[in-house]
Design a protein around this ligand. Structure first.
Ligand code: DX5
Ligand code: ZN
Length: 221
């Protein structure tokens, strides 16, 4: 199986969302990454439930919803109904992670746990068996277009080693500052889902950029 590319809609032109989503539909992208922010868990406010039905209707790709919000458990059912196929909550925002993960999975969709750059992957030791994906933030969440934090690479290696040791097939998604310059290093380290916002949407030819990211070979996957 090849790695997955999930362009982040946050970097799109919001006056022309339909065109942006149509472009992603035509591309080799695997998922469409949707960043929900509340101005509390992260300093920024992006968009919320109001846009979701429009995005869902336009997108032919599964929606990979990244909740950067406090008390995410309050919104699980709502985002499932709005069409999330992968639903990720932050470990730092959730006191009862195990329960929330079980609730997400009970709806038959993938459950992800996101970690801020300072959060150790060791904190996943007692939940790794239960989750479908870990999203490692490679920038401080809240904004697109930030600089990639390089310590993410050894973090990916450490997490992939844990998965291999325990024979677990968990997706490792990298989110923030990902592009052609670091994709190969991330895949070689053991990542298999790359979120790409600015690097895709601000590229001269976004469809070509997705293709370029998709075609990178890694000995890992
Ligand atoms: C950051 C978001 C990211 C962001 C990535 O808080 O979670 O998904 O859209 O954007 P780029 O790829 O531009 O760093
Ligand atoms: Zn994100």
């Amino acid at each position: 199986m090849s790695h997955l590319i999930a362009p982040s809609l946050l970097a799109a032109d919001f006056l022309h969302l339909a065109d942006s989503i149509e472009m992603i539909n035509k591309s080799q992208a695997d998922w469409l990454h949707i960043d929900i922010m509340d101005g509390r868990f992260v300093p920024n406010i992006s968009f919320g439930q109001v846009l979701m039905p429009f995005i869902k209707k336009a997108s032919e790709k599964p929606l990979d919803v990244h909740l950067m919000i406090e008390e995410p458990s309050k919104y699980i059912e709502e985002f499932v109904e709005l069409g999330a196929e992968v639903l990720t909550v932050h470990i730092e925002a959730e006191r009862h992670l195990h329960r929330t993960i079980q609730r997400i999975k009970a709806h038959g969709i993938k459950a992800g746990v996101a970690l801020n750059p300072h959060t150790s992957v060791d904190l996943l030791d007692d939940i790794l068996e239960d989750i479908d994906m870990v999203c490692l933030m490679s920038v401080n969440p809240g904004y697109g277009g930030q600089k990639f934090i390089y310590q993410t690479v050894p973090k990916v290696k450490k997490l992939r080693a844990k998965c291999i040791e325990r024979n677990l097939n968990v997706h490792i998604e990298i989110d923030g500052g990902v592009g052609a310059q670091n994709a190969e290093a991330l895949l070689q380290a053991g990542a298999d889902v790359l979120v790409a916002g600015s690097s895709v949407f601000k590229a001269e030819d976004p469809i070509k950029m997705v293709e370029r990211l998709k075609e990178i070979k890694s000995s890992f996957i």
